[in-house]
Write a protein of this length. Structure first.
Length: 599
């Protein structure tokens, strides 16, 4: 009878544990990251008697979670892919809505400006038409300025988002490192490594899934319940119970652009890993900045710079309403200084380099969308040589420094010298001046070998363009040239429209990029490229989300809680529990009968 009672009690305990596990599954049916658990039962060791081996009941062998490592890997990979393309698309939509929208884009304002030029050409003696032209020119500069500032704001938003993403990555890697240690400690308490802390494993898998949406990761089993987590290129994020630290810092080239650095587990050195991200939201943000945002800013700036150069050149050839020589129509309010960063380390440059877009005296055909690096190197004789390197293709031109003698004396401040290109080379629409600052011991700082400066000629042109004249009488519509084309006629020729016809014809010219594109065509290329990349991102999001949904469904099928199934199991184990209780009652009745028989 004791055997019967013990067997019944073992069943009662096993079914109670099963009911508890089922109840836990039901309670966590909607808990993110929870994996369905099940109780594994095994037959207890039988006992030998004269009649043979007699069963001694049931025992709980283990409580396991429904989990598939391959499916989890697919889910992480899909999460990274969706995070990448969705992040890219969210940013791209902002730029697409900005440049293609009739209310915010530049194309309508540019067309209205050209239309106003034709109106002046049709009525050159009308001050009202000239006033309208200036209004439309102002509207154009305002519109491109707004677009330029908005693009800059989106770049600032990317920087802020990168800070938030790296902070979030750090929180997940630290959580995984901590869970590594807790899981290892729990396994050490068990003599059987198969009995694992399911709740902690679920928490770690959830943290891995969250992390993978931000950055593509690879996971390796270290044994003892611990894992290592690496970026897809091998950069370590978690090793044992230690986590890496990610952060952002200003780029050595452009302080307005943030780079991502990594401090590996157990180290203190910062490694710039901006180009190491291949998946996740971080990668999407970085790809957007490199593939879409910055090229759009560069090309828009190139168009604006070319318009200013071409219009100014022709406008200065003409004569205004009063017969005076024309002035520059546009200017850049950053001619004296464009932000330029020193590349070689953190020390202050030996001199300050001022780089500005030149709206006068340049050639629009030389306008370029590439960034440049100004390097001061040894000329072989211990002197300075000034090399301007085009970053897009590595081509170089050698510049000459024309110093200003007035500013080469001790403690002087001002323009030290200007860099000019040789006869066969052309600067890409910029002026380069070195400005001295007072040094120590009554000396001045001068350019030094090893100094390097990163220059973005057209990057901020849209933001800085402005009107140079506001008086309608200063609109230079006339040529004031006799029929021979060379003799200047003194006095006003308010009915002469020949110069305005040349200005209006600029709409049909292809002077940009070595004579391959016009102004409107260039802006159309910006809109077209942004639209194409945005559309491609939209298609990618749809495709990757479908793959992610498939991975989620596979994970749910394997690890998710099915309430109907759990309800059926609940009834089954309730009946088994009741039957075991009846066995105990039967054993008790048999024991009482035996006691009565021996009295």
């Amino acid at each position: 009878m004791s055997g019967m009672l013990g067997t019944a009690v073992s069943g009662l305990m096993a079914f109670q544990r099963s009911l508890t596990t089922i109840s836990n599954n039901i309670a966590n049916a909607n808990t993110e990251g929870y994996s369905r658990q099940r109780v594994e039962l095994s037959e207890a060791a039988s006992q030998y008697s004269g009649a043979g081996f007699t069963g001694s009941g049931v025992q709980v062998a283990n409580i396991t979670r429904s989990y598939d490592d391959f499916i989890s890997g697919q889910l992480r990979s899909s999460s990274s892919a969706v995070g990448d393309v969705a992040s890219y698309k969210d940013y791209a939509d902002q730029v697409d809505n900005l440049v293609a929208n009739e209310d915010t884009g530049v194309a309508p304002a540019l067309q209205s400006f050209f239309n106003s030029l034709n109106d002046v050409a049709n009525e050159p003696s009308s001050l009202a038409a000239r006033e309208t032209m200036l209004v439309q020119a102002e509207a154009f500069t305002y519109r491109v300025g707004v677009v330029g500032e908005r693009l800059e704001e989106i770049g600032t938003q990317v920087n802020a988002d990168l800070q938030g993403m790296t902070d979030e990555i750090n929180s997940y890697t630290q959580a995984i490192a901590s869970l590594n240690q807790r899981i290892s400690d729990n396994l050490a308490l068990s003599s059987n490594s198969n009995k694992q802390p399911n709740d902690l494993l679920d928490q770690r898998d959830l943290a891995l899934n969250k992390l993978s949406s931000l950055v593509d990761v690879n996971v390796a089993d270290l044994g003892g319940g611990k894992i290592s987590v690496m970026m897809s290129n091998g950069q370590p994020l978690v090793t044992d119970n230690r986590a890496a630290t990610l952060g952002i810092q200003p780029s050595k080239n452009d302080p307005a652009q943030m780079d991502i650095y990594l401090i590996a587990p157990g180290t203190t050195a910062k490694q710039v890993v901006t180009d190491k991200f291949k998946g996740g939201e971080v990668s999407g943000a970085l790809r957007f900045r490199e593939e879409l945002l910055e090229p759009a800013q560069q090309k828009l700036g190139a168009m604006v710079a070319a318009i200013a150069i071409e219009f100014n050149a022709l406008h200065q050839e003409g004569y205004d309403y009063n017969g005076n020589k024309g002035e520059a129509l546009f200017s850049f309010n950053n001619v004296t200084e464009v932000p330029v960063s020193q590349v070689n380390g953190t020390e202050v440059a030996s001199v300050k380099l001022e780089a500005g877009l030149s709206a006068i005296g340049a050639d629009s055909a030389n306008i370029d969308t590439s960034d440049y690096l100004l390097k001061i190197v040894d000329n072989g004789s211990g002197g300075n040589e000034y090399i301007l390197e085009r970053i897009d293709d590595g081509s170089e031109i050698t510049l000459t420094l024309n110093t200003d003698a007035a500013d080469t004396t001790a403690d002087a401040n001002g323009v030290y010298g200007s860099l000019v290109a040789g006869a066969s080379d052309n600067l890409p629409g910029i002026t380069l001046n070195f400005t001295t600052t007072a040094g120590t011991n009554s000396t001045i700082n001068v350019p030094k070998i090893g100094d390097e400066f990163f220059i973005r000629p057209t990057f901020t042109a849209a933001k800085y363009i402005q009107m140079n004249i506001t008086d309608a009488e200063k609109v230079a519509a006339a040529t004031n040239l006799d029929t021979d084309g060379t003799t200047v006629i003194n006095g006003a020729m308010i009915g002469d429209n020949r110069n305005m016809l040349k200005l209006a014809d600029l709409a049909n010219q292809s002077n940009m990029f070595g004579g391959t594109a016009g102004f409107q065509e260039t802006y159309g290329q910006v809109v077209s490229r942004v639209g194409a990349l945005t559309h491609a991102a939209d298609i990618s999001v749809t495709a990757q989300e479908s793959l992610l949904n498939n991975a989620v469904e596979a994970r749910d099928a394997k690890s998710g809680v099915n309430l109907d199934e759990e309800a059926a199991n609940l009834m089954r184990y309730q009946q088994a529990y009741q039957a075991a209780a009846q066995s105990i009652a039967g054993a008790n009745q048999m024991f009482n009968t035996l006691l009565q028989a021996v009295r």
